[in-house]
Design a protein around this ligand. Structure first.
Ligand SMILES: [Zn+2]
Length: 621
């Protein structure tokens, strides 16, 4: 005969195991506003104890807070729950409504199945269910089905309701800074004079400067701040003044509310494109023409609709220019995307000049400038740097060198395999520790409650440790996928012999060259600050090796070396009756040297003649 327990379905065997209280709410808003429900859920802990479980044997699982309930894929708490139940150390699972444990019937039935096998009870604040009992099982099944269809209906209704309201422009949403609701519930411009003048001023600045970043610099120069709304806490709704940032400005320029327009559905959500971390559908911004709800003159406007649309075009064009920097494209500047500032470590951008300026693009470190409105760190012409890198690259591309590189890669691959092995071992060790902790806990006499509590904590800690390790090992594996693989190196080996030929071929585009370069070179750190008139290059190969180079900085303007006047004079004398090659020979024979202190080649002579238009004079004369 069993000792009597508080409830006929609960046996001492159940009480010897744990009671898991499963706490979950769907959205962060619900977590914040639905305190009452949370309290009711925590009251389940009391219920477990009332039913006979020791406080130490009652464990709350609330990892799912802030995650949506459909499908278990993204719900670590639910997965952990299943794992815990499967291991057979859970006597009962409590949840506010038992069917809330899972919101898809597949998950729910799997849960019931596992509970039945492991003799685990399910309970809510009203009843206790034994999944091995045919009646209870039927009831649980029905509950799950109802819960799922309820959720679906609720979502549809909520969705439809929102859209209906939105179509009327009546869906209440948080107002951006610069607007308030008055007593009658109508939307007005914020009564704050300073806000009312600052916002139009910023729009006017953008109209004039056409670049958000320049508006930022301008505001920083004038030491003007941006109004911002406090979104939560006791100060909620108050206006504070903050130093402007690029993202705050861009948000301001993109917000149609300031043009007096009520918009709903600016973003489209695709249920099949979900974020890997949160499981939420990823948004896609719709073009203005596709906005489903667009009610004009819904608010007092700070700028006209036409001006707003123009601003969007300008922002889009600017954005395209700055964000397309990552992919290799036509045009010079070989190191685009792999140039890093040797001075401050940031990624360097590119400065392109208008074609008519005939200047090579420049590598610029302007992250500080862009994000914080600060000064640029350093910049240098791409020409000299690219030449040095090309020479280095072609020299490295001899078959022998590539063999070396591939050898190094294999070594690297062995290193990686060793590291992977380390991870596997670590994970195995963590697994073992979890099992050990679990066994220790399960074998302790439940009469020693303090010991049991301590062991439960150790077990919990072991589980956490394993989770952390698993996450880190996944991150490590991902990192490796991004690096260059053996496939690319096989291609390199094939190409090595004819690389110079391939590189110089007319059919090879600049984008091709950039791609080829990236096969071998991971990053190049450029430092034009350390030594005046020099640029220090640190080439980081994919093999992990580094090559240091120092080149002369190309000088421009008044500091640039000039061709001596005597040379110019002599060339003009020699021009009639001499070819350019002959002129070069004569100059060298007479001991003249170029502006850079080098002997003349016919190309140097040609450049001097051409740049001074002497060839044209000759034709005229
Ligand atoms: Zn820098």
């Amino acid at each position: 005969m069993n000792t009597p327990t508080a409830h006929s379905k609960i046996t001492p065997a159940h009480l010897r195991r744990q009671a898991l209280v499963y706490i979950r709410q769907s959205t962060p808003q619900q977590v914040q506003s639905n305190q009452e429900s949370t309290e009711r859920q925590y009251a389940l802990v009391k219920r477990a104890q009332h039913l006979g479980w020791a406080p130490e044997a009652t464990v709350s699982v609330d990892e799912d807070q802030g995650r949506s309930g459909q499908g278990a894929q993204h719900r670590s708490g639910f997965q952990k729950l299943l794992a815990d139940i499967s291991s057979g150390h859970v006597g009962m699972v409590l949840a506010l409504e038992a069917s809330r444990l899972a919101r898809s019937s597949v998950d729910w039935h799997r849960l019931i199945e596992i509970c039945a096998i492991t003799r685990t009870l399910l309970a809510d604040d009203g009843a206790i269910y034994d999944p091995r009992d045919p009646n209870d099982r039927l009831l649980l099944g029905v509950k799950g089905t109802i819960s799922e269809s309820e959720l679906f209906t609720l979502r549809c209704r909520r969705h439809e309701g929102r859209w209906n309201k939105a179509r009327r422009g009546a869906l209440v949403r948080s107002l951006p800074v610069g607007y308030v609701y008055d007593e009658a519930g109508a939307i007005r411009k914020a009564p704050d004079r300073q806000v009312q003048s600052r916002i139009p001023y910023i729009f006017a600045l953008f109209e004039r400067l056409q670049v958000a970043r320049q508006v930022l610099v301008h505001l920083r120069d004038e030491d003007l701040k941006l109004p911002a709304k406090v979104w939560s806490g006791p100060q909620q709704g108050r206006i504070v003044w903050k130093a402007p940032t690029l993202s705050a400005l861009v948000r301001l320029f993109h917000n149609p509310t300031y043009a007096g327009v009520y918009v709903y559905g600016q973003c489209a959500y695709d249920a099949f494109e979900r974020s890997e971390t949160t499981g939420k559908a990823k948004p896609r911004v719709r073009p203005i023409a596709e906005w489903p709800v667009c009610v004009h003159e819904a608010f007092p406007a700070y700028l006209s609709w036409e001006q707003f649309q123009r601003n969007q075009q300008v922002l889009r064009a600017n954005w395209y220019r700055s964000s397309s920097r990552g992919a290799p494209r036509q045009g010079a500047a070989l190191l685009q995307g792999i140039a890093f500032c040797g001075h401050c470590g940031r990624k360097m951008g590119l400065q392109h000049y208008a074609t008519r300026e005939k200047r090579a693009p420049a590598y610029v470190c302007y992250q500080a400038y862009q994000n914080e409105g600060g000064p640029t760190c350093q910049c240098m012409s791409a020409k000299g740097v690219d030449e040095a890198i090309t020479t280095l690259f072609l020299a490295a591309m001899t078959p022998a060198k590539v063999d070396l590189a591939v050898g190094a890669l294999e070594e690297l691959e062995r290193d990686r395999a060793a590291t992977r092995q380390q991870w596997t071992l670590q994970l195995q060790q963590a697994d073992y520790e979890v099992q050990l902790a679990q066994r220790r806990y399960e074998t302790v006499d439940p009469a020693y409650r303090l010991v049991a509590g301590e062991l439960a904590m150790q077990w919990e800690a072991a589980l956490k440790q394993r989770d952390t390790l698993q996450r880190r090992s996944v991150a490590f594996a991902r990192q490796q996928e991004r690096d260059l693989g053996p496939k690319e190196y096989a291609l390199m080996q094939k190409l090595a012999g004819e690389m110079e030929h391939v590189w110089l071929a007319e059919t090879t585009t600049m984008a091709d060259r950039k791609t080829l370069l990236r096969y071998l070179i991971k990053r190049v750190h450029l430092d034009g600050v350390r030594e005046q008139g020099k640029i220090h290059l640190d080439v980081e190969w994919h093999t992990g090796a580094h090559t240091a180079l120092t080149i002369d900085r190309a000088l421009v303007g008044a500091w640039a070396p000039r061709t001596p006047a005597a040379v110019e004079h002599r060339i003009q004398e020699l021009m009639p009756g001499h070819t350019q090659a002959q002129i070069a020979q004569v100059l060298n024979a007479e001991g003249f040297r170029s502006a850079h202190g080098k002997p003349f080649k016919y190309r140097t002579v040609r450049y001097i003649i051409h740049s001074r238009d002497w060839d044209k004079q000759e034709m005229v004369g």
